[in-house]
Design a protein around this ligand. Structure first.
Ligand code: MN
Length: 202
């Protein structure tokens, strides 16, 4: 069973004005499709074929660049689309809100730390909110298509929120203004999905 590009759960223009339709169309249809195709080519005929993407990344040989880059790209973008929504924004609630307060002091403190990770990631990469093995939350950044499932990368644990800070994610609309893109992302975060991922991680 080859990996398949997941269907975008909303229209390309659904996240405007925060993320523009052209960026979404190219990002999903070209970039994510490319990672998916290249991942399938990289694992075809190997013992990784048929495994889940989580299993592949958790047990990854970090020297296997094709699977590291494209498996990461496949997983990261699948998560990214799901944690955004045209009805997003606002603040988390319930257990996730409690865990954020406990880990960071307040939602504002979390937002600052996450935004700093996104803005401070040199070059291409991602900012993450992760659930560590002890169930607590952490924020980190990773380069390229790495993520915190991979051995020895980032905060270590299950990512439940991720922000793509590759220029392909924002350059058409924001050019060099990555901080504006990071701020806009908070208007489309699907906290219901992040909460659901938090609950499943335990
Ligand atoms: Mn991307």
């Amino acid at each position: 069973m080859a990996f398949e590009l997941p269907t975008l759960p909303y229209a390309f223009d659904a996240l405007e004005p925060h993320i523009d339709a052209k960026t979404m169309e190219i990002h999903h249809g070209k970039h994510h499709q490319g990672y998916t195709n290249n991942l399938n080519a990289a694992i075809e005929g190997t013992d990784l074929e048929g495994k889940t993407i989580e299993n592949i990344l958790t047990n990854l040989d970090m020297d296997n660049k094709a699977v590291r880059n494209n498996g990461g790209g496949f997983y990261n973008h699948s998560l990214f689309w799901s944690v955004m929504s045209p009805n997003g924004g606002g603040n988390p609630s319930g257990d996730l809100a409690t865990a954020i307060d406990s880990a960071f002091g307040s939602f504002e403190a979390f937002k600052n730390k996450f935004s700093d990770a996104a803005k401070g990631q040199f070059g291409s990469g991602w900012a993450w909110l992760c659930v560590k093995s002890d169930g607590t939350l952490d924020v980190c950044g990773t380069p390229n298509q790495d993520n915190s499932l991979m051995p020895g990368v980032g905060c270590g644990g299950t990512p439940i929120l991720g922000l793509d800070v590759w220029e392909h994610a924002y350059y058409l609309n924001y050019q060099n203004r990555r901080p504006d893109y990071v701020e806009a992302f908070f208007n489309v975060i699907n906290w219901e999905e992040v909460s659901s991922r938090f609950a499943k991680s335990k």
